[in-house]
Design a protein around this ligand. Structure first.
Ligand SMILES: NC(=O)c1ccc[n+]([C@@H]2O[C@H](COP(=O)([O-])OP(=O)(O)OC[C@H]3O[C@@H](n4cnc5c(N)ncnc54)[C@H](OP(=O)(O)O)[C@@H]3O)[C@@H](O)[C@H]2O)c1
Ligand SMILES: *[C@@H]1O[C@H](CO)[C@@H](O)[C@H](O)[C@H]1NC(C)=O
Ligand SMILES: *[C@@H]1O[C@H](CO)[C@@H](O)[C@H](O)[C@H]1NC(C)=O
Ligand SMILES: *[C@@H]1O[C@H](CO)[C@@H](O)[C@H](O)[C@H]1NC(C)=O
Length: 335
């Protein structure tokens, strides 16, 4: 009986390891590695589009626990998402029960816009670490290039100063890698050319409607990894804006590709991003969907299929944050 149990345990451990090693990693420019898919944890905008979805229950904690069980090792959060405490509890539970070790996980969080002063960066990260119960994060990102106070009054703190605070956080060992999010090409280039430390990662919106060829090309040149947020874009009708271009999840051409590989349309959309070299971070708090979203490493699209998917690029943004359009460091085109 005991021996049978041990054999079963070894078999399970073997299957588990084989499965986990099936998720490729990408080498960062600082020598560390990032898993090529991550788990998004922002609950998003509430129905009606006026306010944020309130973070009340433990849905994120449960989802992160399911995600780790499903093989996700990279978790994306931010102080503004208000999910760091739940994520911390999920990580602790999965470490305590022996499913993972801390070093198996890649945890990313972000600095909010109200802590852009150089001397506010390290304290803000310490607060995120306290909430998650961690000694360090694997990646710390400047969430947006623009600063404002808690009451939304804009300030002109230069993101180059903020970056010096990020470097201090890394030097203290509180963040293993540092990067930025929502910087445009000019802002990223200004940072790269004026700092000794090149960001290890750029996190931007990437999906079928917004494929970001110029920024991806720049990042490739500088060996900066690209993480793709809102990877489904307008695929689902309940998340598509009134002027959002096609395709939707039931688009006949996408359904045909999905059928060919015995996959779903969301899986095809994620697989396309992976093949572009982008690290998608899909969010789901639904067990079946989050499992499906990581099951994309056993098929490859054909060149003709990639060409078709490429043709959906319209430069259409799902995330614009128009309330910041008048800020001097607003990163996107104004309209
Ligand atoms: N840096 C930034 O400024 C920034 C901005 C936005 C987002 N992000 C990050 O990127 C992550 C992902 O972006 P996102 O949350 O905006 O959007 P997303 O991941 O593209 O889409 C999430 C939505 O898709 C649904 N969904 C997920 N998988 C599905 C599937 N297989 N079939 C059908 N529906 C599915 C989810 O529903 P259920 O949850 O109900 O299953 C949810 O409504 C965020 O959570 C956050 O971590 C970063
Ligand atoms: C990026 O930099 C890392 C660390 O120096 C290196 O190992 C990797 O090969 C580089 N990747 C590319 C595509 O240049
Ligand atoms: C907003 O906060 C800033 C910085 O704390 C302060 O200087 C400013 O007076 C505040 N503005 C309003 C309208 O409360
Ligand atoms: C198709 O995928 C489903 C769900 O992943 C799986 O259960 C089924 O066995 C697959 N069918 C084939 C023919 O591979």
């Amino acid at each position: 009986m005991a021996i049978a149990n041990i054999i079963i345990l070894y078999a399970l451990a073997f299957i588990h390891n084989a499965w986990c090693s099936g998720i490729p990693k990408i080498k960062l420019n600082d020598g560390r590695e990032i898993p090529s898919i991550g788990f998004g944890t922002w609950l998003g905008i509430a129905k009606g589009g006026q306010s944020l979805e309130p973070v009340v229950d433990d849905s994120v904690q449960k989802a992160v626990e399911w995600a780790i069980d499903a093989g996700y090792r990279h978790i994306d959060t931010a102080s503004i998402y208000d999910t760091e405490e739940q994520i911390g509890r999920a990580i602790k539970n999965k470490i305590d029960s022996g499913v993972v070790k801390r070093e198996d996980l890649f945890i990313a969080t972000k600095l909010w816009n109200d802590a852009h002063a150089r001397n506010e960066v390290v304290p803000a990260l310490r607060e995120s670490l306290r909430k998650m119960g961690l000694d360090y994060v694997d990646l710390f990102l400047i969430h947006w290039p623009l600063g404002h106070s808690t009451n939304m009054t804009f300030n002109n703190i230069d993101y180059l100063d903020t970056w010096q605070g990020m470097i201090e956080a890394r030097d203290l060992g509180l963040a293993k890698s540092i990067g930025v999010s929502n910087f445009n090409k000019e802002q990223l280039d200004r940072l790269v050319t004026s700092s000794k430390v090149v960001p290890a990662s750029l996190q931007i919106e990437v999906n079928l409607n917004l494929q970001q060829p110029a920024l991806r090309e720049y990042c490739k040149e500088k060996n900066i990894s690209v993480t793709g947020y809102t990877p489904f874009g307008s695929l689902f009708p309940n998340r598509a804006g009134p002027n959002a271009p096609p395709p939707r999840f039931n688009d006949p051409a996408l359904v045909e590709i999905a059928k060919k590989y015995n996959k779903s349309v969301p899986q095809v959309a994620l697989r396309y991003l992976v093949e572009l070299g982008v690290i998608p971070i899909p969010k789901s708090t639904t067990m079946a969907r989050l499992r499906q979203n990581i099951d994309i490493f056993d098929f490859e699209l054909s060149q003709a299929e990639r060409d078709l998917l490429k043709s959906y690029d319209r430069g259409y943004r799902s995330v614009e944050l128009k309330l910041w359009q008048q800020h001097p460091y607003y990163p996107f085109e104004k309209n």
